[in-house]
Design a protein around this ligand. Structure first.
Ligand SMILES: Nc1ncnc2c1ncn2[C@@H]1O[C@H](COP(=O)(O)OP(=O)(O)OP(=O)(O)O)[C@@H](O)[C@H]1O
Ligand SMILES: [Mg+2]
Length: 534
């Protein structure tokens, strides 16, 4: 239970208490009608008192109206609480995921992560009216049991006898259903990962004529989802029908015994009517518990998975908090690193001083981009040492580090929005003229875009050319203005004119910057003071 305690932080205590109070009122209100009807039958109908019938019926109507009003208010509040709770939890989960270390993203497909955030939606089951009814039914249960006892204690014993049977049956079923739910969630998340991958890579799917092959792979996955869903559905049906069967059997026994008591004159017909109604209230929590524990299993499975995610440590929690100050030197000593068991960088050494221009050369896959990622603090489990201003990078505050190291990346990421949005988030204080000037330093002529800075960029810059995207990446780095600029094949897609412009900039506008130039272009490498081969 302790592992779900994080949930309480999402609710206001006063609100929960007031809802709980209303639920108790609602339960008391459900106890009144059987008593009133029994009174009308015995004192009104049997004794032909029209007055008793009239007054008691008016009171009964009033009780029903109050009950409706209280229940309506509770349900409305629960719907509202549920919607905001899910939105808040989803937002926290999304924020948490964004702050997780790169290893998490390396291992998971985007669609899989997306689906895991979406799992929060299954938690709305905890706010369903059935759940509310269960809380109120516990109070009614106690009241009904006391009232049946006061009529004929033997009958309450018969009713109580069935409770452990129902409990064990429910418990057994819900364990199985929870397991099946977890398996279903995992398969669904994996399938979403695959679907997203195919839509994201649609141009490759089309060009390689893989539509049918990819679709049959997804169809296999979807079949697995359906199989697991059927398996869980079967378990849920057996469980809920079983409970109905057990309680029906109990009702039969109740009728038999009540009949005997009535014949022996130990009970009135009115009493029997009340007991039969209270029997429903006594069985209600058990029946509800059964259907709830079956119904909430998917929610509990989701909760367990959400809790697993929330417990993961964010980058900020595992990094240090030391401020590096303006970067004067970077030293890699005997650095080895691999994403998995396979070593990518083996005993790598590099020393860079302030304003130095260093070219990093090497074959495809030799680890150049990986070195840039290590310098940005994306991975911590390297061996050897990476020191910036003599501070081990693991101990540096990530905020400070990433403000001081910038990259024009090989794989540029653009967000859907305008051209201005894609640059402005780096430096909200910049006006449009400063942004246009940075773009032109990166060789990007704003008139190339219909709409200028307001030109719409679609997800991941799908509507831009490779060169245009590269220019935006360069402009972003110019605006970010870090101490260390990493150019990861930043000119590979540029036309000769723009490429020359960037090359010139290395010794003019970037003269007072430390530059790491990752390139396969000998011209670009020749601009560097030092060439390091990896
Ligand atoms: N996120 C990752 N997870 C697992 N392996 C990775 C990951 N990124 C890169 N690799 C592997 O690490 C090795 C080095 O990759 P890296 O991107 O650093 O090479 P590179 O020198 O930049 O190559 P290129 O010149 O092609 O850009 C490659 O073998 C690659 O397959
Ligand atoms: Mg690379």
């Amino acid at each position: 239970m302790k592992k779900y305690s994080f949930l309480f932080s999402y609710f206001k205590k006063a609100k929960i208490l007031s809802l709980f109070f209303l639920m108790i009122i609602s339960s008391v209100l459900t106890l009144l009608p059987p008593y009133l009807v029994s009174y009308i039958l015995d004192e009104g109908v049997a004794k032909t008192s029209i007055e008793t019938i009239t007054y008691c019926s008016i009171f009964l109507g009033f009780v029903y109206i109050c009950s409706f009003a209280v229940n309506y208010f509770i349900s409305q509040n629960l719907t509202k609480t549920s919607s905001y709770f899910i939105a808040d939890l989803k937002n926290d989960l999304f924020t948490k995921i964004l702050k997780l270390p790169m290893e998490f993203f390396d291992k998971q497909q985007t669609g899989y992560i997306f689906e895991r955030i979406k799992e929060t939606e299954s938690l709305n089951v905890f706010f369903s009216p059935v759940f509310l009814k269960f809380v109120t039914s516990i109070v009614s249960f106690v009241g009904a049991l006391v009232l049946v006892c006061s009529i004929r204690w033997e009958l309450s014993l018969i009713l109580l006898l069935f409770l452990p049977i129902i409990y064990f049956f429910t418990n057994h079923s819900s364990i199985k259903i929870k397991k099946a739910s977890k398996a279903l969630l995992e398969t669904t998340a994996q399938t979403s990962g695959k679907v997203q991958e195919n839509i994201g890579g649609i141009s490759a799917v089309k060009e390689l004529k893989m539509e049918n092959q990819r679709s049959s792979e997804i169809s296999r996955q979807l079949k697995q989802v359906a199989d697991k869903s059927v398996k869980r559905g079967k378990m849920m049906n057996i469980a809920s029908e079983g409970i109905v069967g057990i309680t029906n059997f109990a009702s039969v026994l109740l009728i038999v015994f009540s009949g005997i008591f009535i014949i022996k004159g130990k009970m009135s017909l009115g009493n029997y009517w009340a007991v039969s109604q209270y029997a429903l209230l006594i069985f209600a929590p058990i029946q509800l518990l059964a259907s709830i524990s079956i119904m909430v299993q998917p929610g509990i499975a989701a909760l367990t998975r959400i809790n697993e995610l929330l417990k993961l440590k964010t980058e900020d929690e595992i990094c240090g908090n030391r401020q590096v100050g303006k970067i004067d030197n970077i030293i890699f000593s005997d650095v080895s690193f691999g994403y998995s068991e396979k070593t990518v960088i083996d005993n790598f050494n590099m020393a860079i001083s302030r304003n130095e221009k260093v070219a990093l050369l090497g074959k495809n896959g030799s680890g150049k981009t990986t070195i840039a990622k290590l310098l940005l603090g994306f991975y911590k489990d390297y061996s050897g040492s990476i020191r910036i201003n003599d501070i081990e990078i693991k101990n540096v505050s990530l905020l400070d580090l990433r403000n001081r190291v910038g990259i024009a990346a090989q794989n540029i990421v653009l967000f859907s929005g305008t051209l201005l949005d894609n640059i402005r988030f780096i430096a909200p204080q910049f006006d449009e003229h400063e942004i246009i000037s940075a773009l032109s330093k990166a060789g990007l002529d704003i008139s190339e875009f219909a709409g200028g800075l307001q030109a719409v960029i679609s997800e991941n810059g799908k509507n831009l050319s490779g060169g245009q995207k590269q220019k935006i990446a360069l402009a972003r780095m110019i605006i970010k203005n870090p101490d260390v600029m990493i150019f990861d094949e930043a000119t590979s897609n540029l036309d000769i004119e723009t490429s020359n412009l960037v090359k010139q900039s290395i010794h003019t506008i970037f003269a007072d910057k430390t530059c790491i130039i990752i390139t396969h272009d000998p011209d670009m490498a020749s601009l560097a003071d030092t060439i390091i081969k990896i």
